[in-house]
Design a protein around this ligand. Structure first.
Ligand SMILES: Cc1cc2nc3c(=O)[nH]c(=O)nc-3n(C[C@H](O)[C@H](O)[C@H](O)COP(=O)(O)O)c2cc1C
Ligand code: SF4
Length: 597
């Protein structure tokens, strides 16, 4: 193939440049698509018209003659058949629109192609829908495939969630992953396991579910969405992370467990200068519904960039909750003013733990430089202060709104980040005290199994929960025009989301997914998802070779302690922390199982 040469398409169409290999265009392309080829490549021998006589020609100079002819023709026909005069009701507004298009200065397409240029914007607007309904197959669709979205909808509605006729995936494709089952599967336990946070450090440790709602603020999401999420969390006994926008009345309403996220703007706990206010924090953090506190250092979709709430989405209520003006986008700073560096961060964690009355406090981050994670581990050892958890958010994570380069090209993907954090915590002897929460494109039970095998203790999902609320992946979360009332503050659109129905769906989705995870683990011969190790998941790494996670990322550590608890009871926790007790209980369970046949 020869060097690439730009074929000049009509600039006014604002399309990307055509790149074609030089040398072929006159003999091949120009015959097929003469109207898209530069005039210099036209073929007079074939008698084909040049581009400036076809599509590339601006309609500006023909607009008035064409319009006046059409209007005159309509007048003529109406004279002989009067009802035809109704056509003016359509033609006159279109004529005015065309004049406006030619006079405006922002859009070249509209200036050069008055009226018809709008078709381009219309098609551009409904492109995601056209893609979804007519183009994408079950396996494509970005960021989530139709197959993955469907499983969430089906679980949420408690519909049949099985697949006929076998997998449609290409199991020979590099990157395909699967789980090792056992020849000796078990019966899945009826009750899902839970994981204890802050067992050693906190007066009020928290027993968390395996799948929870990841941070999404009121502001990014509608009030009905927040109420439905919290209702689902209440009904299904899992936690709901508030996101960095603070705790709103909609978070309190249903009484579900909250993880209060503190971002760099300290919404709901900021003083008049925008700095962290211990008094305000203390007041809210001591509320019973607040079970844990998460300090957000960064987020996968925009690491190192502050939160963004577009002004279109700021209502009076949101402005009041956050203490901001509603006339401009709210941009949180990229860093915290309350601390700087690992040691100050850990002292801040201890302060929050004390102020909250002994609740678990952790950090959320997207992994960047590994050395910075190591510095935090070193500081935990040096100071004897640990974070109760680290939420590792993958670079593939979602957001309401972020600059494209940050979303596409900054921060480690979850699969690369998790083993780093897990291994560092093990190396510094911190792994039992610091739990890991994983988030980043986790929708299904297998996604959960992958992340738990890599080292996570529990998982969070943001967009999975949004789909349970009805999100159709229309990709307009930053425009206030979410068609299903999830990511908008437009009251007419919000009214479409019925809280009672959707809270049930959120609960069903979480429950169905965790239940299937328990089934997957049982198929692997495991009694508990926390027994998943990096030896359980395989990846095809070339056409002929496969490797386990253990071979790719290193073996990691062996299964952690996990507690099957529904009710929190400090004495029981103390007893259960004793290994002998655990073993005794396992023996008891085994004898009961044997006795039951
Ligand atoms: C609409 C929306 C709003 C979000 N708001 C926050 C936020 O306030 N704080 C935060 O830490 N992460 C926020 N996130 C990121 C999620 O909490 C999560 O880390 C990320 O989306 C990865 O999870 P997912 O792949 O399940 O969506 C938001 C994500 C979405 C989609
Ligand atoms: S349906 Fe709403 S929440 Fe879902 S992607 Fe579209 S705009 Fe965002």
């Amino acid at each position: 193939m020869g060097p690439l040469k730009r074929l000049s398409g009509p600039d006014s169409w604002e399309s990307g440049p055509f790149l074609m290999p030089t040398g072929r265009e006159s003999s091949f392309l120009s015959r097929l698509t003469p109207h898209r080829v530069d005039p210099s490549y036209g073929s007079p021998a074939l008698g084909l018209p040049h581009i400036d006589h076809c599509v590339g020609t601006s309609m500006r100079h023909v607009y008035y003659p064409l319009s006046f002819s059409l209007l005159a023709l309509t007048g003529l026909v109406s004279w002989t058949w009067p009802p035809f005069a109704w056509a003016y009701a359509l033609l006159l507004p279109l004529f005015v629109l065309g004049v406006r298009d030619m006079r405006q200065t922002s859009h070249s397409v509209l200036r050069n192609f008055p009226v018809v240029g709008h078709v381009r914007y219309l098609l551009e607007m409904i492109r995601p829908e056209i893609n979804q309904y007519f183009v994408e197959s079950n396996q494509d669709g970005r960021p989530f495939s139709r197959e993955d979205r469907s499983i969430v909808y089906q679980r949420a509605k408690k519909q049949l969630a099985t697949l006929p006729f076998g997998t449609q995936r290409d199991v020979r494709e590099v990157g395909y992953e699967w789980m090792n089952h056992s020849m000796y599967p078990r019966v899945a336990p009826a009750q899902a396991s839970r994981v204890l946070f802050g067992a050693k450090t906190c007066k009020k440790p928290y027993s968390a579910a395996l799948l929870n709602i990841s941070g999404m603020s009121y502001g990014a999401l509608s009030k009905n969405a927040i109420e439905a999420l919290n209702g689902g969390a209440k009904d299904g006994d899992f936690f709901h992370n508030t996101g960095e926008g603070g705790i709103s009345p909609h978070h309190w309403k249903a009484g579900g467990d909250l993880v209060w996220q503190i971002g760099t703007a300290y919404f709901a706990c900021r003083d008049e200068h925008g700095r962290f206010s211990p008094e305000l924090f203390r007041k809210q953090a001591r509320q019973d519904a607040v079970k844990m506190i998460e300090i957000k250092l960064s987020q996968g979709a925009k690491p190192g960039h502050g939160g963004i709430l577009p002004k279109e989405k700021i209502t009076d209520e949101i402005a009041e909750i956050r203490g901001v003006s509603k006339d401009k986008d709210v941009i949180s700073p990229p860093f915290h003013s309350a601390f700087h560096g690992p040691e100050q961060l850990l002292r801040f964690i201890q302060d929050l733990r004390d102020l909250s009355g002994g609740k678990p406090v952790g950090i959320k981050l997207c992994v960047g430089a590994h050395s910075e994670i190591e510095e935090i581990c070193q500081a935990m050892v040096d100071l004897g202060i640990t974070a109760d958890f680290i939420t590792v958010d993958g670079g593939e994570g979602g957001t309401g709104s972020a600059p494209l380069e940050f979303s596409n090209s900054v921060g480690s993907p979850l699969a690369d980040a998790l083993p780093v954090v897990d291994d560092l915590l093990v190396r510094y002897g911190l792994r039992d005290d610091v739990k890991i929460i994983a988030s980043g494109r986790i929708l299904t039970a297998f996604h959960m199994a992958q992340r738990l095998a890599m080292g996570a203790d529990v998982c969070n999902s943001a967009r999975g929960m949004m789909m349970a609320l009805g999100c159709i992946q229309a990709l307009r979360c930053n425009s206030n025009a979410c068609p299903v009332g999830v990511a908008t503050q437009d009251p007419h659109l919000v009214a479409g989301l019925v809280v009672e129905t959707k809270r049930e769906r959120v609960k069903n989705y979480q429950h169905g997914t965790v239940h299937t995870l328990m089934e997957l683990c049982s198929a692997a011969g495991l009694g508990n998802p926390n027994e998943l190790t990096r030896f359980h998941i395989n990846r095809r790494i070339s056409a002929t070779a496969t490797a386990t996670y253990a071979e790719i990322y290193g073996p990691g550590q062996m299964p952690d302690l996990i507690f099957n608890m529904n009710e929190f009871d400090p004495e029981e926790i103390d007893a259960r922390l004793n290994m002998n007790e655990l073993e005794a209980e396992e023996d008891r369970a085994n004898s009961e199982r044997k006795a039951a046949g």
